[in-house]
Design a protein around this ligand. Structure first.
Ligand SMILES: [Zn+2]
Length: 448
């Protein structure tokens, strides 16, 4: 089974791709101008920010960057497209031949390009009396299109790919990550002929749509029928794919170069850009650097970026495994408060974990202290709380256990451990084990 995806992601710019209209706006047709309404004589100009975001994505996806790019008109007639053509990139793209890793698997990226979104047609009214309304607020909204090689081998893998991609893009350029910001066309072939499912919104729907197509094609092949090469769409409510309109051949679009826009040199721009570390790249680095599992690294990074910072700093002081169990345990459960505290609680937390790891503070005291910090206040004087008289308790226990004193007299220092354990149990970790041990040995020493 071979699956390839064409992914359209909305770039989070404030204005549209070829005019100054805002990309926000709720009231239909409130954000429009002669350019995005395609009035004769209006001329587009390129949004620099959108270009930069597109180039950064292309570089992140390890593509070969095209040095000089231009735009093309893709001509077709539909009410959502007032100019009767969409400005896109055809012969030229931002880049080609990249890849993206899903776990250990390398998925080829054929190309990445910029294009504008058309308007939106809404059907309203009762069945039989429906009318179509058009909202041009979407017209000219910047999209980046990412085309993968048919390297995905199951619907679940396609979903994993999209999940990981959106995680990375959210950090890289701040895409909102909502399902609506991503629209997918999926190609799938089980046998020789490939079927395209158009315009799927939402990651779950991509997986479901592909699954239902696998079922349909498998059944047809089982009874010796041929798969028809066609475009279908996924009906969410029925959970099946249905035949769509006849697919135009690329030649039908009559691509021509867009004469109102120039050519742009993006080679130097791409070279000057630094791709920041993205979450999954970071998780992979953390796995190697701190010797933790891939799953743990991913969990920390995806919980919170600053929590991962804390983990890394802890790990350098107390080692990966200890840092991991504290980070995902007591620290992450109170993380919201800890993160919001600007009075250095971050530093206090690392000091506490370090003290526990060195043995100068008991594990349960460390947990209590972190819980207290998460509650926004520190436990004051926990070592000499009025509720427990540590010295008195030790004297009482030593009195009650003359056999331990006897053993200790014989030079068996380990005999003290039993009593130390008793103290810890009774004081429920209020005191560091080191403190208890010192006091206990001193008391036993007196009896020798
Ligand atoms: Zn406009």
């Amino acid at each position: 089974m071979k699956i390839g995806l064409e992914i359209h992601v909305q770039l989070p710019t404030r204005s549209k791709l070829f005019c100054g209209c805002s990309t926000g706006g709720d009231a239909p047709n409130s954000m429009v101008c002669p350019v995005c309404l395609g009035f004769p004589g209006s001329r587009p100009f390129l949004n620099r920010r959108a270009l930069e975001m597109g180039v950064l994505i292309t570089k992140f996806l390890n593509c070969k960057i095209t040095d000089r790019i231009w735009f093309s008109r893709k001509t077709y007639f539909y009410p959502d497209l007032p100019k009767n053509f969409q400005i896109t990139q055809y012969e030229s793209a931002l880049g080609f031949d990249g890849h993206f890793m899903v776990g250990e698997k390398r998925i080829g990226i054929w190309r990445v390009h910029l294009e504008e979104d058309p308007g939106r047609v809404k059907r309203v009214g009762r069945a039989g009396e429906e009318v179509s309304l058009i909202d041009y607020n979407r017209s000219g909204v910047p999209l980046v299109e990412i085309v993968t090689a048919p390297d995905l081998s199951s619907p679940a893998e396609a979903r994993d790919f999209l999940t990981d991609l959106i995680i990375e893009l959210r950090r890289l350029i701040g895409v909102s990550g909502e399902e609506q910001t991503m629209r997918v066309d999926a190609n799938i072939s089980i046998g020789e002929d490939r079927v395209e499912i158009k315009n799927i919104t939402g990651l779950k729907n991509v997986e479901k749509g592909l699954k239902s197509e696998v079922t349909r094609q498998t059944k047809l092949l089982a009874v010796g029928k041929r798969i028809v090469r066609e475009t279908r769409h996924y009906d969410e409510s029925r959970g099946v794919t249905l035949p769509g309109r006849e697919k135009e051949q690329e030649a039908d679009y009559g691509y021509i170069g867009e004469p109102d826009l120039g050519t742009y040199r993006i080679g130097p721009l791409a070279e000057s850009m630094v791709v920041p570390e993205t979450p999954l790249v970071r998780a992979q680095r953390m796995q190697k650097e701190h010797g933790i599992s891939a799953q743990a690294a991913r969990q920390i990074v995806l919980t919170d970026w600053e929590l991962a910072d804390l983990f890394e700093s802890l790990s350098r002081r107390v080692g990966g495994d200890t840092a991991m169990s504290w980070t995902m345990g007591p620290i992450s459960s109170g993380w919201k408060v800890l993160k919001a505290n600007t009075d250095g609680s971050w530093k206090k937390v690392t000091d506490i974990v370090e003290a526990v790891s060195e043995g100068s503070m008991s594990d349960s005291e460390g947990r209590l202290r972190i819980a207290a910090l998460s509650g926004g206040h520190e436990i004051e004087g926990i070592n000499n709380g009025p509720s427990t008289d540590l010295d008195g308790l030790i004297v009482r226990l030593v009195d009650q256990h003359p056999e331990v004193v006897k053993d200790f007299k014989k030079g068996n220092e380990k005999a003290a451990n039993f009593l130390i354990g008793q103290v810890m149990k009774e004081t429920r970790g209020q005191f560091a084990s080191k403190v208890i041990a010192e006091k206990m040995k001193r008391e036993l020493g007196k009896r020798v």
